[in-house]
Ligand binder design. Structure first.
Ligand code: SAM
Length: 268
């Protein structure tokens, strides 16, 4: 029989909310070290949970905004944070939070041990507000971080790699074993740094068309571009982008997708 969890006032972890609470001090310190918060910065933590990152961050930085969906965590977080600094709690689904409005002109440094069940939607949500974000330090499933950082030719290079690398510099930092969390997840985790590319350096003319081309190209990754992009771009358009219609999406660099998205859709 396993021992009952220690009484913390925070209650039990909720699986539906992807709750795996960090407890290993060494991992917490490494995340804080990677983040390296400086006075005056606008730091926002996604999913503070029981405060594993929140409380040391608050102690170090004096003020912090957190976004937490679980109502049961709001009161204990508020109480535990009071002696440490100024904690602003946004009690909402992070996918409904307007990061641009939250930033109010001061670019956000996002940090969080993310709920793994919605990690990709959170990444895409942050990308949609990339102008309001200075950088992001996220704990994710290692398998997701591998996909985010993959290079062309890799088995795990795909839509997530291209979409994130087009808008951000992606740097995997370190791997974390399941035992660092309570309860332990079934998979290894990893911490990744994302830095949105400066405005004006991303040569994507039409983000919606870029997203459409990338989605179609990887929709059936074994197909040639000619087949995968049918309806989105014809063989002539693929050639105009300087690419071989017989190539496959997994061989293309991010800049190749930008060139494809620059070509007009075929007229019917
Ligand atoms: N940061 C804590 C830690 O490292 O121990 C908790 C991390 S836990 C993996 C994910 C946290 O995200 C939980 O606190 C969970 O309640 C919260 N969460 C889950 N879904 C959310 C959502 N849609 N919006 C905001 N927070 C959410």
């Amino acid at each position: 029989m396993s021992a009952a969890p220690p009484e913390t006032g925070f209650g039990r972890a909720k699986k539906a909310l992807g709750q795996h609470f960090l407890h290993e001090r060494g991992v917490i310190d490494r995340i804080l070290h990677a983040l390296d918060p400086r006075p005056g910065e606008r730091i926002v933590e996604i999913g503070p949970g029981q405060g594993a990152l929140t409380f040391p961050l608050l102690r170090a930085h004096g003020e912090l905004t957190v976004i937490e969906f679980d109502r049961d965590l709001i009161a204990p977080l508020t109480a535990a944070a009071a002696p440490l600094g100024r904690l602003e709690i946004v009690h909402r689904d992070v996918l409904q939070v307007d990061f641009t409005a939250l930033a109010a002109g001061a670019p956000l440094r996002l940090v969080g041990n993310l709920p793994y069940n919605i990690s990709s939607p959170i990444l895409f949500h942050a990308l949609a507000h990339a102008d309001a974000v200075r950088d992001m330090h996220f704990m994710l499933q290692k398998e997701v971080v591998d996909r985010m950082a993959a290079a062309p030719g890799s088995k795990v290079y795909g839509r997530l790699s291209v979409m994130l690398q087009a808008w951000c510099e992606v740097t995997p930092l370190f791997t974390v074993a399941p035992g660092a969390f309570r309860p332990p997840p079934k998979v290894d985790s990893a911490v990744v740094r994302l830095v949105p590319r400066p405005r004006g350096t991303v040569a994507i003319a039409d983000p919606a068309r870029f997203a459409l081309v990338v989605r179609a190209a990887f929709g059936q990754r074994r197909k040639t571009l000619r087949n995968a992009l049918s309806g989105v771009l014809d063989a002539e358009g693929i050639r105009r982008a300087g690419l071989d219609p017989g190539a496959r999406a997994e061989q293309l660099a991010v800049a190749d997708f930008v060139a494809l998205a620059d070509q007009p859709a075929p007229q019917d």
